[in-house]
Ligand binder design. Structure first.
Ligand SMILES: [Zn+2]
Length: 295
């Protein structure tokens, strides 16, 4: 009897452990993989997203994000597309918080020397960073490039300077899914004081993104969006630029502009309280000095 009781207690204890484990995972999972379309997956690592595409000739993965993220990404690719090799890695842009981890991704896939594709202007900053975890791309292009893998096409578009001078956008035409990082997001204020953002180039880049006939876009941060999200981003940049220009024209100092310029229409956007005043500061400096804040 006593043995039966303790066995039952032990079973209840196991159930409690399983429940706690489930809660812990639900509260702060480090990563999750979501199917976006046929053979197209978003992989989220903490607050960063990347995307991978399964083709008849292997998997194309965008940003590895970090060593830890890339190791988890490899596990997820092998789970979702068992037996498929990694065909290529594509850097959205040269920033370390998105592009780091290609060697860890290759190692996780049990491969060596997988081609790394990026925009040609990504080479110089990556060389300068000189990190073994962020190898220089092995293939670069200037304006447009397409990976054709067994009949599945993945287009890479350079839309001009936006956030950095080497940002590309990925596009999978057969499912009309795009991948775009940092310079656009879904109702989310751009990062802090716009480090590495080029104005007005970024406005042109968002306009050109709308020329790509996507219906769904996976962003480098936050939830996916549709064409409306990209259109709202364009209006945001216009509104921000107009309001900071007015502040400069009115003779406001940088501190006055940061304190006074508000765009309540965007108050419901993510990071509005924390980052909108910093957006004003960054753009004010850009307009005054015609230089881009350092990344
Ligand atoms: Zn970046």
């Amino acid at each position: 009897m006593a043995i039966q009781m303790s066995a039952r207690r032990f079973f209840v204890f196991l159930l409690a452990c399983a429940a706690l484990g489930a809660v812990a995972r639900a509260q702060s999972p480090d990563f999750e993989t979501t199917r976006v379309a046929d053979g197209v997956y978003k992989f989220r690592w903490q607050s960063h997203n990347t995307m991978f595409v399964v083709t008849p000739r292997g998997v194309v993965a965008f940003d590895p994000i970090s060593n830890q993220a890339a190791t988890a990404l490899a596990t997820e690719i092998k789970r979702v597309a068992p037996g498929e090799p990694l065909a290529a890695i594509v850097y959205s842009h040269s920033d370390a918080d998105h592009a780091t981890g290609a060697p860890a991704l290759m190692a996780g896939m049990g491969q060596q020397r997988v081609p790394i594709v990026a925009h040609e202007a990504a080479v110089a900053p990556i060389r300068l960073a000189n990190s073994p975890d962020l190898p220089v791309p092995t293939f670069t292009f200037a304006t447009r490039f397409a990976l054709d893998l067994g009949g599945r096409r993945i287009e890479l578009h350079y839309l001009g300077r936006s956030h950095s001078d080497n940002m590309l956008v990925g596009y999978v035409p057969d499912v009309a899914v795009a991948f775009a990082v940092d310079f656009v997001a879904n109702d989310r204020i751009p990062y802090q004081d716009l480090p590495g953002w080029y104005f007005p180039d970024v406005v042109h880049a968002v306009t050109r993104l709308l020329d790509v006939p996507f219906s769904t876009v996976v962003f480098g941060h936050g939830p996916d969006g549709d064409r409306g999200a990209v259109q709202r981003q364009l209006v945001y940049y216009d509104d921000l630029r107009a309001s900071v220009r007015r502040a400069v024209a009115a003779g406001l100092s940088e501190e006055q502009a940061v304190a006074q310029v508000r765009l309540p229409a965007y108050a419901r956007w993510g990071q509005y309280e924390q980052w909108f005043p910093l957006n004003v500061r960054g753009l004010y400096r850009m307009l005054k000095t015609a230089t881009v804040p350092a990344r």
